[in-house]
Ligand binder design. Structure first.
Ligand SMILES: N[C@@H](CCC(=O)N[C@@H](CS)C(=O)NCC(=O)O)C(=O)O
Length: 218
């Protein structure tokens, strides 16, 4: 199996360690699958060959794996999970719950957290953003509180680490640099636990090395 993953050659400082190819790199590292990267120059993600061959919305990540072309970080992580018991348990119920948490990360948590991040980063001075922010913050706090309750005193969302935790932790990382997690210490510890995994560290280092031009080929 040979996998090529699309990622950016350069990114602004605020996006360091946040670009969504990190999710795929982390999953590949957990699964022990080597990969190479297709690094895109500024604006290249919107170029015709990339949009046609890689990602119809002109975004990263996307993968080429032998004959298979795929986009959407969650779908790619699930696909990689098919080959790795570390990401998706073999027992059907455990597998279903891992998928449930992965989709919860994307559909319940990220939709709110990403809106908040976008408002803060890109539209902070807009009048409409100032009006929207308080209700969005309340919504986000509610979601974080519910997630914190569901996690409780467990290490991971289910009995052990799965692809659901991988996605959830990358979504919680969008809040890096804010104090929103402080009210839920178990989520702070949970995020740290994920970031301490050696596969996460390798993925993050590889993303940074690609941006700095120091990564050697797989
Ligand atoms: N739902 C997509 C979102 C991908 C996404 O937002 N990618 C961002 C980087 S994190 C991107 O490529 N932005 C550049 C652009 O839209 O031009 C996924 O999870 O794969």
């Amino acid at each position: 199996m040979t996998i090529q993953l699309s990622a950016f050659k350069s990114i602004p400082d605020f996006a360091r360690g946040q670009v969504r190819d990190l999710r795929v790199r982390w999953a590949l590292e957990e699964a022990g699958i080597p990969y190479t990267t297709k690094l895109l120059g500024q604006g290249e993600q919107k170029s015709e060959p990339y949009v046609t061959d890689w990602q119809p919305f002109g975004q990263v990540p996307a993968i080429h794996e032998d004959g298979l072309h795929m986009f959407e970080s969650g779908a790619i992580v699930l696909h990689i999970g098919e080959t790795s018991d570390v990401l998706l348990p073999k027992d059907p119920a455990g597998r279903a719950r891992a998928t449930q948490w992965l989709l919860c990360a994307l559909n319940t948590m990220e939709v709110v957290i990403q809106q908040y991040a976008s408002i803060n980063i890109f539209f902070a001075n807009e009048e409409w953003a100032k009006l929207r922010k308080p209700s969005l913050e309340e919504q986000m706090k509610g979601r974080l509180h519910a997630l914190s309750k569901a996690l409780g005193s467990k290490d991971w969302l289910d009995a052990r680490f799965t692809a659901g935790d991988l996605l959830m932790i990358t979504v919680l990382r969008i809040l890096n640099g804010t104090n929103f997690l402080d009210a839920t210490p178990n989520l702070v510890a949970y995020k740290k636990r994920g970031e301490a995994r050696s596969a996460f560290q390798r993925a993050l280092n590889a993303q940074i090395a690609d941006i700095e031009g120091t990564r050697s080929a797989a």
